[in-house]
Design a protein. Structure first.
Length: 370
């Protein structure tokens, strides 16, 4: 069977399962055992099966299509994608997939232009921050760019993002609902002085407004980060600035911190424990991200979770639309199950932006005030 003849029905017959089982296996959904999933994926690869959207792209002449993932690399920083995720991209796309690793002290755009000159690239996917202060420079890149989970993505480019403003509002609401009124907000700032997570900070402001409280009762700290040494640079700032601030505030000291990143929360919690501050007895914390790093915290943290599989699945849906020059539209049903029983989803809020829904994970880092 050639790549244009193999169908999902063919795979179902070969593997002696239903077409629904094949679909669940190939789309990494629940209801299929690990061994059967591996067998179905291996069979699909053997018979060069492509899902319909990818087959359309192949018919467009994209057998040589190269989707290039652009990922920042640096000490102490985890990536959005694991090797298993890369394999899923490769298997599902049916296109050539390359990865361009760019150090944090290098320039994204220079690296992408050089990659275009070396290889045929049909689409760039930038994972995470760009660290580019002048977004007009992206016009130097000839091919389309899709930004995934990138806080500083230019507004006029295609993007897959989480529901950052709403999610941050819910995390801050958890602190305010527990009676906390004196609050710190911690966000990040790069070496160029540009603050990150503007939408998340707006979400905290929304939470204060919802509780009919002035946002002026909160104190915002923007922490300069060396992304080559994230952990050490963040912890150094917290030790130099946040700890003295907490000690000097006396009875007016903040009782809670809304942290705009789980990675920043990790640095904060580590320094707090080193300085004998108890969480949540002395300081309650809520964060944003739902990253795996929170598995290593002393106790589960309250955090707004961005379901990474949902971000990846939405990205896979966005790729053929970009290659076929089609607008993003409608709602995509996704695989994650939220605590309230609802399934994850991605909604097109514009012709070039998908927003993926998240959920609040309740942890033990918030104390209810009397």
């Amino acid at each position: 069977m050639g790549i244009h003849q193999t169908t999902i029905q063919d795979l179902a017959k070969i593997c002696h399962v239903s077409t629904a089982t094949v679909s669940r296996a190939l789309n990494h959904k629940a209801g299929v055992s690990s061994s059967l999933r591996k067998e179905i994926i291996a069979t699909a690869k053997e018979y060069s099966y492509l899902p319909d959207s990818n087959a359309r792209a192949m018919r467009m002449g994209s057998s040589s299509t190269n989707v290039c993932l652009v990922v920042r690399t640096g000490q102490d920083v985890a990536h959005l994608l694991t090797m298993q995720d890369f394999e899923m991209f490769q298997q599902t796309l049916g296109m050539r997939l390359s990865t361009l690793y760019v150090p944090y002290d290098a320039d994204d755009i220079d690296a992408m232009v050089a990659e275009e000159n070396r290889n045929t690239v049909s689409l760039f996917i930038i994972i995470g921050w760009t660290l580019i202060s002048d977004s007009r420079r992206f016009s130097q890149v000839k091919q389309p760019i899709l930004f995934v989970s990138s806080d500083d993505a230019p507004d006029n480019y295609a993007a897959v993002v989480s529901d950052e403003r709403f999610g941050s509002q819910q995390a801050a609401n958890a602190l305010l609902d527990a009676g906390h009124r004196r609050m710190l907000i911690l966000t990040e700032e790069n070496s160029g002085g540009m603050p990150y997570f503007k939408d998340r900070i707006s979400g905290v402001k929304d939470a204060f407004a919802h509780h009919h409280l002035p946002f002026g009762s909160a104190t915002v700290f923007s922490i300069p980060i060396d992304y080559r040494r994230y952990k050490t640079s963040a912890e150094s700032f917290v030790a130099r600035t946040i700890i003295p601030y907490l000690r000097q505030s006396g009875n007016g000291s903040p009782t809670a911190v809304a942290v705009m990143s789980d990675f920043l929360a990790a640095a904060l919690i580590h320094v707090l424990y080193e300085n004998d501050f108890q969480v949540p007895e002395q300081l309650s914390i809520a964060s944003f991200g739902g990253w795996d790093i929170t598995n290593y915290f002393p106790q589960p943290i309250t955090s707004w979770v961005q379901p990474i599989p949902d971000l990846l699945r939405t990205t896979l849906n966005a790729i053929p639309l970009l290659l076929e020059h089609k607008d993003f539209s409608g709602t995509i049903a996704l695989g994650s199950m939220h605590p309230n029983g609802e399934r994850g989803r991605a909604e097109a809020i514009s012709s070039r932006r998908f927003v993926v829904s998240g959920f609040l994970r309740q942890g033990r880092t918030i104390r209810v005030l009397p």
